[in-house]
Design a binder for this molecule. Structure first.
Ligand code: GDG
Length: 753
């Protein structure tokens, strides 16, 4: 690890022991990170866990601890409110109703900002900043604003919900844009990755790629990195005589049952404690003889008790325990043994050693470490894991009996099958899972996440260095870029722009989709609103105006329908002049040559897309094929696989990712930048023309770069980072105002041929 690792998490890795001294809190994350932080001289930024507690920075176990204080009001509104009554239920498939209150959101923003202030105060060049979990989703972007070149990673421990559920969040855009401030955003499962990409696609201006997003030129890597446990530690703890003896003692205390089933969770409504009790009850109803032979142990550690849904779940679980023991127990048999409280880790591992069947039945769960701990702690090749298919761990633990926790009868069947599984089958399953958790432990996970952050940044800086070496230094830009993020706003800085355009002959270039017209689901339905049309006409009355688009030239001309403009279609492959002279193919006769290639590609794509394609997502153009998936975000993965398959078959095609579209284009054709340069040369006093270019898409970057040294370029995007544009307009709705002001700033006399 080349830099210091600075962890930013809701909680510090230490807690106050009796007597007030600090001690390391138990847990896999802490045990994995402490050595890494210690070696790198790192720091940890987090809350102490006690409201109104504001300890001064201190060093514990070689790690600088920076406590972020929370007031009692913030504990209520940020922690119990927004984190655990808005985000937690929403992200867990809304299995409880998520409440949204602006005051909670306000507290969330305020507290995230406070974490950022503490983190920014500690930041040193070269640090790897690692932000954790749903409590701190705004931190990456807030930090990047203060330290634009910082290396920031983010890991979400809980699920990222399907886009239809995430869409309910009133502050969905802010949350996504907060996450997009990171260099690497990592999730527990592929499903979470897919959900996040679909949400970013729908609610942000990011261009979504296979494993990354382009946010106005900046690249955000998206990673699937399932968290794990300190496997060796659980294994060795489980084999200590102390733990073995305790397991034997517990079996005796339970009355030497033939089999023990175990559940161990925080008392959280996502964990499905109630459903597993109901299934156990169902099993006892079906097979009354089991009541004397088996015991179900449920360990439930208290959690978030002030929240009503948690209190209600505790009451429900306790009522179910009472009901089952009441109807199936006898003088000396208690079918459910209920332990309410947080027990020491040795004791927990003794229960893992004791349990013949482990029941992990969450309705939704990011990973579920208990499932992995049970496997690591198995003393011999025996034991059965009954595991919900909705736990992240289900993707890795193939030897588990997978269950749908909503299917009570099925869950009862799985319990029965687990109780009866033959030793040979148990051994085969446990061995496979043990090998999995040994090879993929928490240390491997931390290396993977931090490696991506370190490697990704190195890759980016290498690319930058290559670029710097290759290019001769450009002439000093007329408008100095301000660095990213946070380009100057084109309307706020309008005086500067007006002063420039008044001194020179000007030509205006405007992208169509996403700039002059709003992005719509069906590209065939895109229209230019009246205000934009009027502004374009006002401009064209003063200076030459070109509309530059990836659309076919004919389509573009028909759609805009204004005379007296230049039209550039097919990303620069075709041009029409204001007096109607058309250059069908700016690349000589290359379009003709590639027609057959595009035919083959189209056929191949349609075959691969099969059932998805009737949505009309493949659009054949003269110079490219566009695959639009805005209307099929759920099919993104399959669409991407089809595009990859076709481009692998036909390497002469280049794939670019735009806004909800992949474009397959033959190499060697003109791009928007080439077309802009060519159009500027057409003017009589070419070198003297000041280009003004406005666009919103990755394909506009070629044009931004073409005029970077001398011109005015405006990126239409909420977030503008790493782009070659000079200015930014944060909302497309502000485009007509900007164009109108630009027209007013241009004296009619400045009109050029
Ligand atoms: C979140 C995500 C994700 C439980 N009771 C006791 C006790 N525990 C320990 C277990 C385990 C941990 O708590 C619980 O981990 P989980 O993974 O099951 O769940 P969450 O707390 O919801 O954690 C989850 C995790 O983050 C990591 O990314 O897997 O999906 O929701 O380590 O052993 N430990 C002790 N006494 C108890 O009574 N000592």
């Amino acid at each position: 690890m080349s830099g210091r690792v600075v962890t930013v998490a809701n909680r510090l890795p230490v807690r106050r022991a009796e007597g007030g001294a600090w001690e390391i809190s138990p847990g896999g994350l802490v045990s994995a990170l402490v050595p890494i932080l210690r070696e790198s001289g790192g720091a940890w930024i987090g809350w102490s866990g006690v409201a109104d507690d504001a300890p001064e920075p201190f060093v514990h176990d070689g790690i600088a601890q920076h406590a972020v204080p929370l007031s009692d009001e913030e504990y209520q509104a940020y922690y119990l409110g927004f984190c655990n009554s808005s985000l937690w239920p929403l992200y867990h498939d809304a299995i409880r109703e998520a409440e949204f209150h602006p005051a909670w959101w306000d507290a969330y923003r305020r507290v995230n900002q406070r974490f950022v202030e503490v983190a920014a105060g500690q930041h040193q060049p070269g640090d790897l900043i690692w932000v954790h979990d749903y409590q701190l989703q705004l931190v990456p972007a807030m930090l990047r604003r203060l330290h634009p070149t910082a290396r920031i990673g983010y890991f979400l421990h809980i699920p990222f919900p399907p886009v239809e559920i995430f869409a309910r969040l009133p502050w969905r855009r802010q949350i996504l844009n907060g996450l997009l401030g990171a260099d690497v955003v990592a999730f527990q499962t592929e499903q979470a990755v897919g959900n996040f990409l679909a949400a970013a696609e729908r609610f942000t201006d990011a261009v979504v790629g296979r494993r990354s997003l382009a946010v106005a030129g900046r690249r955000v890597q998206v990673q699937c990195a399932p968290i794990s446990i300190d496997t060796a530690a659980y294994q060795s703890l489980s084999s200590t005589p102390r733990v073995r003896e305790r397991a034997a003692a517990l079996r005796a205390e339970l009355g030497h049952p033939r089999k023990v089933l175990l559940g161990a969770d925080r008392l959280d409504y996502t964990k499905g404690i109630d459903v597993r009790l109901l299934a156990f009850e169902r099993l006892l109803e079906r097979r009354r003889e089991l009541a004397d032979a088996v015991v179900f142990v449920q360990i439930a550690s208290p959690s978030r008790e002030p929240i009503g849904d948690y209190e209600a779940m505790r009451a429900r679980v306790e009522q179910l325990v009472g009901r089952i023991n009441g109807s199936h127990g006898a003088a000396h048999t208690v079918p459910v043994h209920y332990v309410y409280g947080t027990i020491p880790v040795d004791e927990l591992v003794a229960y893992y050693v004791l349990a013949d069947v482990m029941c992990v039945t969450p309705l939704a769960d990011g990973m579920n470490l208990v499932a992995k701990e049970y496997i690591a702690a198995r003393p011999a090749d025996e034991g059965v894991l009954v595991l919900s298919e909705f736990a992240g761990a289900a993707a890795e633990l193939e030897g588990a009996l997978l269950v749908n926790p909503y299917d009570l009868e099925g869950l009862a069947d799985a319990m029965a099958a687990a109780l009866e599984m033959r030793p040979g089958e148990q051994a085969a399953r446990v061995r496979g899972m043990r090998s999995q958790v040994r090879h993929h432990d928490v240390h491997a996970w931390a290396d993977r996440c931090l490696g991506a952050l370190e490697g990704g940044s190195q890759e980016a800086s290498r690319a930058q260095a290559d670029q710097d070496e290759q290019s001769t230094p450009p002439p000093a830009p007329r408008f100095q870029r301000q660095g990213s993020p946070g380009l100057p706003d084109a309307l706020d800085a309008f005086d500067e722009i007006a002063a420039a355009v008044r001194q020179r002959q000007v030509m205006v270039f405007l992208d169509f989709d996403g700039t002059l017209s709003p992005i719509v689901d069906d590209p065939a339905a895109a229209v230019m609103p009246e205000a934009e049309g009027a502004a374009v006409e006002a401009l064209a009355a003063r200076v030459p105006v070109a509309v530059v688009s990836g659309r076919d030239l004919d389509d573009l001309r028909r759609r805009i329908g204004l005379a007296g403009l230049w039209y550039v279609g097919g990303h620069g492959t075709a041009v029409a002049s204001p007096d109607g002279v058309v250059i069908e193919d700016t690349s000589g006769n290359r379009l003709e040559q590639v027609a057959a290639l595009l035919d083959t590609a189209e056929e191949d794509l349609r075959a691969r897309l099969g059932r998805i394609d009737p949505g009309g997502i493949v659009e054949r153009k003269r110079s490219s094929i566009a695959v639009h998936y805005r209307r099929a975000p759920h099919a993104l993965r399959r669409v991407r696989a089809a595009v990859d398959g076709t481009s692998a078959e036909l390497p002469e095609l280049q794939v670019t990712a735009g806004r909800a579209v992949f474009e397959l284009r033959p190499t060697g054709l003109w791009d928007k930048g080439t077309a802009v340069r060519w159009l500027l040369e057409q003017g009589s006093a070419a070198g003297d023309t000041l280009p003004v270019y406005m666009g919103d898409d990755t394909t506009d970057e070629t044009a931004f770069r073409a005029i970077e040294a001398d011109g005015v370029s405006v990126l239409v995007a909420e977030v503008a980072t790493g782009t070659a544009a000079h200015y930014q307009l944060r909302s497309r709705q502000r485009v007509p105002r900007f164009l109108q002001q630009l027209a007013e700033a241009l004296p009619p006399a400045s009109r050029a041929g």
